[in-house]
Design a protein around this ligand. Structure first.
Ligand SMILES: Nc1ncnc2c1ncn2[C@@H]1O[C@H](COP(=O)(O)OP(=O)(O)OP(=O)(O)O)[C@@H](O)[C@H]1O
Length: 290
Protein backbone atom coordinates (compact mmCIF):
# COMPACT_ATOMS: atom_id res chain seq x y z
CA UNK A 1 0.00 0.00 0.00
CA UNK A 2 1.29 3.48 -0.85
CA UNK A 3 1.77 5.89 2.02
CA UNK A 4 0.30 9.37 1.92
CA UNK A 5 3.00 11.98 2.55
CA UNK A 6 0.84 15.12 2.46
CA UNK A 7 -2.86 15.78 2.50
CA UNK A 8 -5.43 18.55 2.08
CA UNK A 9 -8.68 17.89 3.94
CA UNK A 10 -11.62 20.19 3.19
CA UNK A 11 -9.35 23.22 2.76
CA UNK A 12 -10.77 26.69 2.15
CA UNK A 13 -8.52 29.72 1.73
CA UNK A 14 -9.20 33.34 0.86
CA UNK A 15 -7.68 36.77 1.38
CA UNK A 16 -8.96 39.99 2.93
CA UNK A 17 -12.20 40.63 4.75
CA UNK A 18 -15.60 42.20 4.23
CA UNK A 19 -16.16 43.71 0.79
CA UNK A 20 -12.47 43.15 -0.05
CA UNK A 21 -12.64 39.43 0.59
CA UNK A 22 -11.53 37.06 -2.23
CA UNK A 23 -12.34 33.40 -1.84
CA UNK A 24 -9.51 31.60 -3.64
CA UNK A 25 -9.64 27.90 -2.82
CA UNK A 26 -12.76 25.99 -1.90
CA UNK A 27 -13.03 22.51 -0.41
CA UNK A 28 -9.66 21.21 -1.58
CA UNK A 29 -9.19 17.52 -0.90
CA UNK A 30 -5.95 15.97 -2.10
CA UNK A 31 -3.64 13.15 -1.10
CA UNK A 32 -0.03 13.22 -2.28
CA UNK A 33 1.49 9.75 -2.30
CA UNK A 34 5.01 9.01 -1.17
CA UNK A 35 7.36 8.74 -4.16
CA UNK A 36 4.98 10.10 -6.78
CA UNK A 37 5.44 13.04 -9.12
CA UNK A 38 2.20 15.00 -9.12
CA UNK A 39 1.42 17.98 -11.33
CA UNK A 40 -1.32 20.52 -10.72
CA UNK A 41 -2.19 22.51 -13.79
CA UNK A 42 -4.30 25.62 -13.79
CA UNK A 43 -5.14 28.96 -15.28
CA UNK A 44 -3.30 32.04 -14.19
CA UNK A 45 -4.72 33.49 -10.98
CA UNK A 46 -6.63 30.32 -10.13
CA UNK A 47 -4.86 29.83 -6.79
CA UNK A 48 -1.88 27.61 -7.63
CA UNK A 49 0.62 29.59 -5.55
CA UNK A 50 -1.87 29.75 -2.69
CA UNK A 51 -2.15 25.95 -2.82
CA UNK A 52 1.62 25.44 -2.72
CA UNK A 53 2.11 28.01 0.04
CA UNK A 54 -0.28 26.03 2.21
CA UNK A 55 2.20 23.16 1.84
CA UNK A 56 5.29 25.29 2.44
CA UNK A 57 3.61 26.53 5.63
CA UNK A 58 3.81 30.18 4.57
CA UNK A 59 -0.01 30.24 4.64
CA UNK A 60 -2.54 28.62 6.95
CA UNK A 61 -5.97 27.40 5.77
CA UNK A 62 -9.10 29.32 6.83
CA UNK A 63 -10.92 26.03 7.13
CA UNK A 64 -9.82 22.41 6.95
CA UNK A 65 -6.34 20.94 7.41
CA UNK A 66 -3.10 20.62 5.49
CA UNK A 67 -1.09 17.69 6.82
CA UNK A 68 2.47 16.46 6.33
CA UNK A 69 2.95 12.87 7.45
CA UNK A 70 -0.28 13.12 9.38
CA UNK A 71 0.55 16.30 11.35
CA UNK A 72 -0.77 19.80 10.57
CA UNK A 73 1.79 22.03 8.83
CA UNK A 74 2.57 24.95 11.14
CA UNK A 75 5.32 26.73 9.21
CA UNK A 76 8.21 26.22 6.79
CA UNK A 77 10.46 23.20 7.27
CA UNK A 78 13.36 21.76 5.29
CA UNK A 79 11.61 18.40 4.84
CA UNK A 80 9.52 20.41 2.32
CA UNK A 81 11.85 22.12 -0.15
CA UNK A 82 10.58 24.79 -2.51
CA UNK A 83 11.68 26.07 -5.91
CA UNK A 84 9.95 29.32 -6.82
CA UNK A 85 9.73 30.89 -10.24
CA UNK A 86 11.79 33.94 -9.29
CA UNK A 87 14.94 32.04 -8.15
CA UNK A 88 15.05 33.84 -4.76
CA UNK A 89 18.85 33.78 -4.53
CA UNK A 90 20.83 36.12 -2.34
CA UNK A 91 22.50 38.50 -4.81
CA UNK A 92 25.60 39.21 -2.72
CA UNK A 93 26.50 35.51 -2.37
CA UNK A 94 28.20 33.27 -4.93
CA UNK A 95 26.64 30.09 -6.33
CA UNK A 96 28.65 28.09 -3.78
CA UNK A 97 27.59 30.32 -0.89
CA UNK A 98 23.91 30.31 -1.89
CA UNK A 99 23.86 26.51 -1.79
CA UNK A 100 25.99 26.49 1.39
CA UNK A 101 23.39 28.56 3.20
CA UNK A 102 20.78 25.86 2.66
CA UNK A 103 23.18 23.04 3.56
CA UNK A 104 24.19 24.76 6.82
CA UNK A 105 20.57 25.08 7.83
CA UNK A 106 19.87 21.36 7.47
CA UNK A 107 23.25 19.94 8.47
CA UNK A 108 24.71 22.43 10.98
CA UNK A 109 27.03 19.84 12.54
CA UNK A 110 28.79 18.63 9.42
CA UNK A 111 32.57 18.87 9.12
CA UNK A 112 34.07 21.36 6.69
CA UNK A 113 34.92 18.57 4.23
CA UNK A 114 31.49 16.93 4.37
CA UNK A 115 29.84 20.29 3.78
CA UNK A 116 32.17 21.21 0.93
CA UNK A 117 31.72 17.86 -0.84
CA UNK A 118 27.94 18.03 -0.56
CA UNK A 119 27.72 21.57 -1.94
CA UNK A 120 30.01 20.75 -4.88
CA UNK A 121 28.05 17.57 -5.62
CA UNK A 122 24.78 19.47 -6.08
CA UNK A 123 26.35 22.32 -8.03
CA UNK A 124 27.89 19.69 -10.31
CA UNK A 125 24.54 17.91 -10.64
CA UNK A 126 23.04 20.99 -12.26
CA UNK A 127 26.17 21.53 -14.40
CA UNK A 128 27.26 24.73 -12.73
CA UNK A 129 30.74 23.83 -11.47
CA UNK A 130 32.38 26.36 -13.80
CA UNK A 131 30.23 29.10 -12.22
CA UNK A 132 30.87 28.07 -8.61
CA UNK A 133 32.26 31.46 -7.59
CA UNK A 134 29.97 33.67 -9.62
CA UNK A 135 27.24 35.87 -8.16
CA UNK A 136 23.63 35.77 -9.46
CA UNK A 137 24.09 39.01 -11.44
CA UNK A 138 26.78 37.28 -13.53
CA UNK A 139 24.48 34.36 -14.42
CA UNK A 140 21.75 33.91 -17.04
CA UNK A 141 18.14 33.27 -15.95
CA UNK A 142 18.54 29.56 -16.69
CA UNK A 143 21.72 29.37 -14.62
CA UNK A 144 20.07 31.15 -11.70
CA UNK A 145 17.22 28.72 -11.79
CA UNK A 146 19.76 25.86 -11.74
CA UNK A 147 21.22 27.31 -8.54
CA UNK A 148 17.71 27.41 -7.07
CA UNK A 149 17.24 23.74 -8.04
CA UNK A 150 20.63 22.77 -6.54
CA UNK A 151 19.87 24.69 -3.38
CA UNK A 152 16.46 23.04 -2.88
CA UNK A 153 17.78 19.55 -3.63
CA UNK A 154 20.88 19.92 -1.43
CA UNK A 155 18.53 20.01 1.55
CA UNK A 156 17.31 16.55 0.54
CA UNK A 157 13.64 17.40 1.07
CA UNK A 158 11.16 14.56 1.43
CA UNK A 159 8.69 16.60 -0.57
CA UNK A 160 9.93 18.85 -3.35
CA UNK A 161 7.51 21.70 -4.12
CA UNK A 162 7.87 23.53 -7.42
CA UNK A 163 5.85 26.65 -8.17
CA UNK A 164 6.13 27.20 -11.94
CA UNK A 165 9.90 26.86 -11.56
CA UNK A 166 10.68 26.96 -15.27
CA UNK A 167 8.07 29.44 -16.45
CA UNK A 168 10.49 32.27 -17.21
CA UNK A 169 12.97 30.19 -19.21
CA UNK A 170 13.39 29.71 -22.95
CA UNK A 171 12.22 26.40 -24.42
CA UNK A 172 15.69 24.83 -24.67
CA UNK A 173 16.82 25.67 -21.12
CA UNK A 174 13.41 24.66 -19.86
CA UNK A 175 13.67 21.27 -21.56
CA UNK A 176 17.16 20.66 -20.13
CA UNK A 177 16.12 21.56 -16.62
CA UNK A 178 13.01 19.37 -16.84
CA UNK A 179 15.27 16.44 -17.69
CA UNK A 180 17.69 17.27 -14.85
CA UNK A 181 14.93 17.59 -12.26
CA UNK A 182 13.47 14.26 -13.38
CA UNK A 183 16.86 12.54 -13.19
CA UNK A 184 17.48 13.79 -9.67
CA UNK A 185 13.92 13.01 -8.58
CA UNK A 186 14.09 9.41 -9.81
CA UNK A 187 17.61 8.84 -8.41
CA UNK A 188 16.57 10.04 -4.95
CA UNK A 189 13.07 8.50 -5.00
CA UNK A 190 11.52 11.55 -3.39
CA UNK A 191 8.03 12.98 -3.76
CA UNK A 192 7.50 15.95 -6.06
CA UNK A 193 4.65 18.39 -6.60
CA UNK A 194 4.86 20.60 -9.66
CA UNK A 195 2.52 23.54 -10.16
CA UNK A 196 2.38 24.66 -13.76
CA UNK A 197 0.22 26.28 -16.40
CA UNK A 198 1.91 24.18 -19.09
CA UNK A 199 0.04 20.93 -19.76
CA UNK A 200 2.93 19.47 -21.78
CA UNK A 201 5.34 20.07 -18.91
CA UNK A 202 2.90 18.37 -16.53
CA UNK A 203 2.41 15.27 -18.65
CA UNK A 204 6.11 14.99 -19.45
CA UNK A 205 7.12 15.05 -15.80
CA UNK A 206 4.30 13.69 -13.67
CA UNK A 207 2.67 10.36 -12.82
CA UNK A 208 -0.68 12.09 -12.59
CA UNK A 209 -1.98 15.52 -13.36
CA UNK A 210 -4.88 17.30 -11.65
CA UNK A 211 -6.44 20.49 -13.02
CA UNK A 212 -7.23 23.36 -10.68
CA UNK A 213 -10.53 24.81 -11.82
CA UNK A 214 -10.59 28.60 -12.27
CA UNK A 215 -11.32 30.71 -9.20
CA UNK A 216 -12.72 32.38 -7.26
CA UNK A 217 -13.64 29.36 -5.19
CA UNK A 218 -11.33 27.12 -7.20
CA UNK A 219 -11.68 23.39 -6.69
CA UNK A 220 -9.65 20.47 -7.97
CA UNK A 221 -10.81 18.59 -11.05
CA UNK A 222 -10.44 14.86 -11.75
CA UNK A 223 -7.02 13.24 -11.92
CA UNK A 224 -5.51 12.12 -15.22
CA UNK A 225 -3.00 9.26 -14.96
CA UNK A 226 0.06 9.46 -17.22
CA UNK A 227 0.90 5.87 -17.85
CA UNK A 228 4.11 6.37 -19.83
CA UNK A 229 7.33 4.52 -19.01
CA UNK A 230 10.34 6.47 -17.70
CA UNK A 231 12.75 7.90 -18.58
CA UNK A 232 10.51 9.90 -20.89
CA UNK A 233 11.63 11.61 -24.00
CA UNK A 234 10.31 15.10 -24.69
CA UNK A 235 10.66 14.57 -28.44
CA UNK A 236 8.16 11.68 -28.21
CA UNK A 237 5.46 13.94 -26.87
CA UNK A 238 3.84 14.49 -30.25
CA UNK A 239 3.86 10.86 -31.39
CA UNK A 240 3.48 8.70 -28.29
CA UNK A 241 -0.14 7.46 -28.26
CA UNK A 242 -0.50 7.68 -24.46
CA UNK A 243 1.00 11.18 -24.29
CA UNK A 244 -1.31 12.29 -27.09
CA UNK A 245 -4.34 10.76 -25.41
CA UNK A 246 -3.70 12.36 -21.99
CA UNK A 247 -2.81 15.71 -23.52
CA UNK A 248 -6.08 15.74 -25.49
CA UNK A 249 -8.10 14.76 -22.44
CA UNK A 250 -6.51 17.40 -20.18
CA UNK A 251 -6.64 20.11 -22.85
CA UNK A 252 -10.29 19.55 -23.64
CA UNK A 253 -11.14 19.48 -19.94
CA UNK A 254 -9.35 22.82 -19.43
CA UNK A 255 -10.87 24.36 -22.54
CA UNK A 256 -14.38 23.38 -21.43
CA UNK A 257 -13.64 24.95 -18.05
CA UNK A 258 -12.34 28.11 -19.72
CA UNK A 259 -15.51 28.38 -21.83
CA UNK A 260 -17.73 27.77 -18.81
CA UNK A 261 -15.96 30.42 -16.73
CA UNK A 262 -16.15 32.94 -19.58
CA UNK A 263 -19.88 32.31 -19.81
CA UNK A 264 -20.21 32.82 -16.08
CA UNK A 265 -18.24 36.06 -16.22
CA UNK A 266 -20.08 37.57 -19.18
CA UNK A 267 -22.88 39.57 -17.61
CA UNK A 268 -25.99 40.47 -19.62
CA UNK A 269 -27.00 44.10 -19.52
CA UNK A 270 -30.62 45.17 -20.01
CA UNK A 271 -30.82 48.34 -22.09
CA UNK A 272 -33.63 50.83 -21.49
CA UNK A 273 -36.37 50.66 -24.07
CA UNK A 274 -35.44 53.74 -26.16
CA UNK A 275 -36.47 54.56 -29.67
CA UNK A 276 -33.50 55.77 -31.72
CA UNK A 277 -34.02 59.22 -33.18
CA UNK A 278 -32.96 59.32 -36.82
CA UNK A 279 -31.78 62.42 -38.74
CA UNK A 280 -34.48 63.69 -40.99
CA UNK A 281 -37.23 63.10 -38.52
CA UNK A 282 -38.93 66.04 -36.87
CA UNK A 283 -37.66 65.30 -33.42
CA UNK A 284 -33.95 65.15 -34.37
CA UNK A 285 -32.40 68.03 -32.37
CA UNK A 286 -30.44 69.60 -35.23
CA UNK A 287 -33.30 69.58 -37.77
CA UNK A 288 -35.31 72.64 -38.17
CA UNK A 289 -38.99 72.00 -38.02
CA UNK A 290 -40.31 72.60 -41.47
N1 LIG B 1 -1.78 38.14 -0.28
C1 LIG B 1 -2.85 38.28 -1.04
N2 LIG B 1 -3.81 39.17 -0.74
C2 LIG B 1 -4.93 39.33 -1.48
N3 LIG B 1 -5.18 38.60 -2.59
C3 LIG B 1 -4.26 37.69 -2.97
C4 LIG B 1 -3.06 37.48 -2.22
N4 LIG B 1 -2.35 36.49 -2.84
C5 LIG B 1 -3.08 36.12 -3.90
N5 LIG B 1 -4.23 36.80 -3.98
C6 LIG B 1 -5.29 36.65 -5.02
O1 LIG B 1 -5.69 35.29 -4.98
C7 LIG B 1 -5.90 34.78 -6.29
C8 LIG B 1 -5.04 33.56 -6.52
O2 LIG B 1 -3.66 33.92 -6.46
P1 LIG B 1 -2.49 32.86 -6.67
O3 LIG B 1 -1.19 33.62 -6.67
O4 LIG B 1 -2.63 31.75 -5.69
O5 LIG B 1 -2.82 32.30 -8.13
P2 LIG B 1 -1.89 31.56 -9.21
O6 LIG B 1 -2.76 30.52 -9.84
O7 LIG B 1 -0.62 31.12 -8.59
O8 LIG B 1 -1.61 32.74 -10.23
P3 LIG B 1 -0.44 32.90 -11.31
O9 LIG B 1 -0.56 31.74 -12.24
O10 LIG B 1 -0.78 34.21 -11.96
O11 LIG B 1 0.86 32.93 -10.54
C9 LIG B 1 -5.61 35.94 -7.24
O12 LIG B 1 -6.82 36.54 -7.58
C10 LIG B 1 -4.77 36.89 -6.41
O13 LIG B 1 -4.96 38.21 -6.83
Amino acid sequence: MTNIIAEFKGVHKGYGSGANRTEVLQDINLSIREGEFLAIVGFTGSGKTTLINLLTGLLQPDEGEVLFKGAPIKGPGHERGVIFQNYSLLPWLTVYQNVALAVDEVYPNWSKEERDQHIRKFVEMVNLSPALNKRPAELSGGMRQRVAVARALSMDPELLLMDEPLGALDALTRGNLQTEILKIWSANQRTALLITNDVDEGILMADRIIPLRPGPNATLGPEFIIDVERPRDKTQLNDHPEFKKVRNEVMSYLMDLGDASKLQQSKTYELPDLQPIMPGTRSFPFMKAG
